[in-house]
Design a protein around this ligand. Structure first.
Ligand SMILES: [Mg+2]
Length: 265
């Protein structure tokens, strides 16, 4: 049934990891896919950390993965800017990881807000008023807005916390300008980058994730087979309410069940 699937696009948060904890069995699923010579891309909407940092975290958790098999919204944002606007200057409103990723991809960082061609926004957990105001200055002086992702909240032990949408909202409200491009899932940029990386057609890939809104709708809109896991965003009770592009082809309890699924057990 799955013999035509050669590539797996797998979400990280809620699918492989929960915070800093590995979801049990996720590492075995990755090792299994590798033993079957399947191509893998780990796809995450995280825009405020670098690929290096994410790779370290996954390796420490016991996941056998290479850095170049990981695509974060920070990575894809950096590649997008470098490809389409190679000489532009970027001002960043984000935790330091995004800046690291931009430097890694030779994107030029603006030295002061007024000279920026783009403002790139991501999650900024230690943001000060001054930093928010500098981002405002960049846009007030003509910088166009790009966001690594536009997720509204992310789960913490203490309930939902404000995500990138809050940073975007502050700048949009103060400037009256709108974000032109959102790089993260469910936009096309993440899938295009993933398919280019693994050099496969959409119909030969499966996307696996915990979010119907980002992972599943992304797959469905691109003709990629979709598998929902119930280890993150979605509960068993919510499954029946999923319709249209949010409805997955397959549902499994956890990534730990992937081998049985693929082997038809
Ligand atoms: Mg997720």
């Amino acid at each position: 049934m799955f013999s035509n699937i050669d590539g797996f696009l797998i979400d990280i948060d809620g699918t492989i990891m929960k915070g800093n904890q590995l979801i049990p069995g996720a590492e075995k699923a990755i090792s299994y896919l590798k033993s079957q010579n399947k191509k893998i891309v780990l796809l995450s909407n995280r825009g405020n950390i670098s690929r290096k940092t994410c790779h370290k975290k996954l390796i420490n958790a016991g996941v056998d993965i290479e850095a170049n098999e990981i695509l974060l919204a920070s990575t894809v944002s950096a590649c997008f800017i470098k490809k389409h606007y190679p000489s532009c200057k970027v001002w960043v409103l984000s935790d330091p990881g995004l800046r690291e990723e931009l430097v890694e991809h030779d994107v030029i960082l603006a030295e002061f807000p007024e000279e920026a061609d783009f403002l790139l926004v991501s999650l900024y957990e230690t943001m000060t008023y001054q930093e928010l105001n500098n981002a405002f200055k960049a846009v007030r002086n003509g910088a166009r807005m790009i966001a690594t992702n536009a997720d509204k909240t992310y789960p913490t032990e203490d309930g939902h916390a404000i995500d990138v949408a809050g940073m975007i909202g502050a700048i949009e409200a103060a400037t009256g300008r709108k974000t032109e491009i959102v790089i993260g899932k469910p936009s096309c940029f993440m899938v295009e980058a993933a398919l280019e990386l693994i050099q496969l057609q959409a119909e030969n890939c499966m996307i696996i994730g915990d979010s119907p809104e980002s992972d599943i709708s992304l797959g469905n809109m691109h003709g990629i087979s979709t598998t929902l896991v119930l280890t993150g965003n979605t509960t068993k009770e919510q499954v029946d309410t999923l319709v249209g592009r949010r409805k997955p082809h397959i549902i499994i309890e956890s990534l730990a069940n992937l081998q049985s699924l693929l082997e038809g057990k």
